[in-house]
Design a protein around this ligand. Structure first.
Ligand SMILES: [Zn+2]
Length: 283
């Protein structure tokens, strides 16, 4: 980790020692949770301090400490990348709630492990459309990709739409959602699950209100179009389980043209598609 000045408190280099020990938000978090530093000199090396912390406390407290460290790191990243500022007591609440949630999971574990990094097949008579977008500012192009699959993971078709001159990746992702709905209606599907890994676009499609000016029109049109289905639900998924849609957009961006193919995907997405299908068989 480099030693640029801590952007949250503007004091001291942004070292591990600072982020977890010295930064006021870290101190406030640890104080709220009763996680005090073991009796060490302020100058103690971070690794030594960390070791001593885990040696000094019970297993339950060590669990709390590990969760606190993770929350401090997450809050630091959110501050830097998303501009979201969280106080020490908010981080402490987050830690408490996360542990409570974990305890809930422990007592109520499903028979089957939850695999969030795998593609999940649609249920019942529905088909699933996964969408993704690739944006390349230098090459002045972006690509929306959609793939339609059934409950066995078989590809019904995929479609690529190439765009030039889109202002941002956010617009590219919103347009990919729009094209996914459009494709479902074009295929005269009645019940669909539409899944993408852009959390903001999926949230906007699920929400009643629109607030991002840049994509407000696309979201409005998408919602209107989605009323054409008998049933339509929007899911957020992780990038790891949306690989097929992404690989086809990467290929599409290279080709710089629209494509539509039935019962297959581009060769570059074939491995991901087969992995999804194998994943279904393992369940
Ligand atoms: Zn700081």
């Amino acid at each position: 980790m480099g030693s640029a000045t801590c952007r949250r408190c503007q004091h001291g280099g942004e070292t591990r020692k600072h982020i977890f020990r010295e930064c006021p938000s870290a101190k406030e978090t640890r104080e709220s949770l009763g996680v005090f530093s073991p009796n060490t000199e302020a100058s103690t090396d971070f690794n030594e301090w960390f070791k001593k912390l885990f040696q000094s406390y019970s297993l339950a407290k060590c669990r709390l400490i590990a969760c606190t460290m993770w929350a401090l790191w997450t809050s630091r990243n959110r501050f830097i990348h998303e501009g979201v500022s969280t106080s020490g007591s908010q981080i402490a609440d987050y830690v408490k709630n996360s542990l409570k949630e974990l305890d809930g999971v422990k007592t109520d574990l499903p028979a089957r492990p939850i695999l969030t990094d795998r593609w999940v097949a649609p249920t019942g008579p529905r088909l699933k459309i996964n969408f993704g977008a690739t944006f390349n500012k230098q090459r002045n192009g972006s690509c929306s990709g959609m793939v339609v699959r059934n409950e066995k993971g078989d590809v019904i078709c995929f479609k690529i739409v190439f765009h030039s001159s889109l202002p941002s990746v956010f617009t590219a992702e919103a347009l990919a959602g729009f094209w996914a709905i459009h494709l479902g209606l074009f295929l005269q599907l009645r019940e669909v699950e539409i899944e993408g890994d852009s959390r903001s676009v999926i949230c906007k499609l699920q929400e009643k209100k629109d607030d991002r000016l840049e994509i407000v029109g696309i979201i409005k049109d998408s919602k209107k179009l989605s009323y054409g289905f008998v049933f339509c639900i929007f899911h957020f998924t992780h990038r790891e389980s949306n690989q097929v849609a992404h690989f086809i957009t990467i290929e599409g961006l290279k080709k710089r043209e629209n494509s539509y193919l039935a019962n297959m995907v581009f060769s570059g997405a074939e491995d991901a598609m087969l992995a999804d299908r194998r994943g279904l068989e393992c369940r």
